[in-house]
Every structure is written in C-alpha cells, then in structure tokens.
Write a new protein. Structure first.
Length: 235
C-alpha cells in the first residue's frame, strides 16, 4: 500500500508549501498551453484527455516539496516491487519472462526450438521465446498431412476396408517405437528396416515369417530402448 509522505509532514510545512504553489507559476508555458487547449475542447472530454487535464491541474497546484515527496514515494514503490520480484525470480514458476533467457545467455546456453522442448516443459519453452501453441498447431497439421499422404500412397497396395486402421495399427506403433518417438527420420529408417525384415522373413522362413518383425523390434529395443533416433530419457 502506498503512503502519502507529504501528509506525514507537520501542518506548518504543508501550509507553507501550498502558499508557495499559489504564489508561483510552477507549470511551463507548454503545459499551460496544453491546459488551455484541453479546456477549449467540447465537454465532456474523453476519459484519457480528462485524466491528462486533471493531472496537469493537480501538478500546478502542488508545491515543490509535495512534488519532491511524491517522486520519492513513487521510487520507493518501484524499489519495493523490484525487491519482491527478486525473490520471485528465484523460482521458474514465478520468475519474470526475461529471467530464463538471460541466465541461459550468461552460461552460454544455445537457444532451442521445435516441438521437443514444448512437449517436455511448455512453461520453460515459453520462457525461451517458443510459441508453444503455434508449435503444437503446426505439428498437428503436419502429422495429419503425413497421415493422409501415407494413406493415399498405401491404399493402392494394401487396399481399403473398414478394418484397415485396426489391421495395421500394430505395425505403425512398432515403427514409431523402433524409430524413436518424435523423430520423422527414425520412423523412415525403422519402416525400411522392418519392411525388409518382414518380407525377407516371410520369403525365407514362411513358417515363422510373421514373427520376424517382432523379433527385430525386441532386439533393437534391447540395445536402444529409446529407439534408433529417440532421445535418451534423463535420469
């Protein structure tokens, strides 16, 4: 809560300051002209112009001591706010938006972009200047476009029937798991490896050919649990 320092002074000093304000012209010529222009406008004035007029009139009625103490009070309020913010800046949940990029710049951290940081920690990503909502929207649009393209290319070979999604959903999940979540290149490489392994297994080992793709998946995930191009989880 702000404190009016001028009202804390003894009455004799406040009275003397008011006498000085009445005996002297404390406004500049430009401010006096601005008051005259505002008062000449049709009444009532818009809110912003009325506030400006009231401020100029109040400034002219204030003595030099009251103006000085008002300025000191404003600076004290700003200082108190900054001191409170210093404590808040120690925590990522309450810090100012500029704190995280500033600390990252001090320690030489390279700016990151893309969907990975937005998914892992949206708040920290926003602090680094990443538009999380836009990234999610673009990722959804790109994923939908790729899904539509894949369906259009595969329907000529695989055919289309009501059970199409259920029939191939397992293969899709295996490709993503082997390639690594969030990696388009990983899904491409995994689809090539698994496709070759599946066709080769069914051709050379027809008795167990349908299980070759699962064996390849298990072996790869044993050595690369995060997938071929996935990121290792932090411990």
């Amino acid at each position: 809560m702000s404190v009016d320092l001028f009202q804390l002074l003894p009455a004799v000093y406040r009275t003397r300051d008011a006498q000085i304000a009445r005996s002297r012209q404390l406004l500049t010529a430009a401010e006096l002209e601005q008051i005259a222009q505002l008062q000449a406008l049709p009444q009532p004035l818009p809110v912003d112009q009325q506030a400006e007029l009231n401020e100029l009139i109040a400034r002219g009625s204030r003595g030099p001591l009251e103006s000085l103490l008002m300025l000191i009070g404003e600076q004290l309020e700003a200082l108190a706010y900054d001191m409170d913010q210093l404590y808040d800046d120690q925590f990522i949940e309450t810090c100012a938006p500029w704190v995280i990029p500033y600390i990252g710049d001090l320690i030489g951290y390279q700016a990151i972009t893309g969907i990975a940081p937005a998914v892992d920690n949206p708040r920290a990503a926003r602090g680094l200047g990443i538009d999380v909502d836009r990234v999610f929207t673009l990722a959804f649009a790109l994923g939908s476009a790729l899904a539509g393209l894949g369906g259009a290319l595969g329907v000529e070979v695989l055919g289309l029937d009501p059970g199409f999604p259920v029939k191939y959903i397992v293969y899709f999940l295996i490709v993503v798991a082997v390639g690594g979540s969030g990696s388009i290149l990983g899904s491409l490489v995994a689809s090539l490896i698994l496709g070759i392994a599946d066709v080769s297994g069914k051709y050379y080992l027809p008795q167990v050919g349908a299980f070759v793709i699962y064996a390849v998946m298990v072996i790869m995930l044993i050595f690369r649990p995060q997938g071929l191009f996935g990121r290792a989880s932090a411990r």
